[in-house]
Unconditional design. Structure first.
Length: 109
């Protein structure tokens, strides 16, 4: 092996390990459930750890047929709250894996 050249078999093994860790982390995130709320709990939105909306609970007092605009705003706010929490979880879970990409010893990383 030439001095200064990365060990390609070692890099490949490291990359495969990181790929399996990434896949496991993504599966774990998909199984997580995060709930966001709005209107003092009148509306709750539940998302997966990957941000997919998987549940919505609306209290009957929030359902005023003469004011659907407020209800829509509450639904959006609850979803955004849950999505922000999911994004933080994703960052926490994926951060160490993304940092590991720089440790592969590839040129320019």
């Amino acid at each position: 092996m030439t001095e200064g050249m990365p060990d390609l078999s070692g890099l490949l093994a490291q990359a495969q390990l990181m790929q399996s860790q990434l896949t496991a982390t993504q599966e774990q995130l998909a199984d997580e459930r995060i709930t966001g709320a709005a209107g003092g709990g009148l509306v709750e939105a539940t998302v997966s750890g990957t941000g997919e909306l998987v549940g919505l609970v609306i209290a009957s007092e929030a359902a005023d047929p003469d004011d659907t605009e407020t209800l829509a705003d509450l639904v959006l706010a609850a979803y955004r709250d849950a999505s922000k929490q999911a994004a933080r979880k994703q960052e926490e879970a994926m951060g160490p894996l993304a940092q590991g990409l720089g440790g592969l010893g590839l040129p320019g990383m």
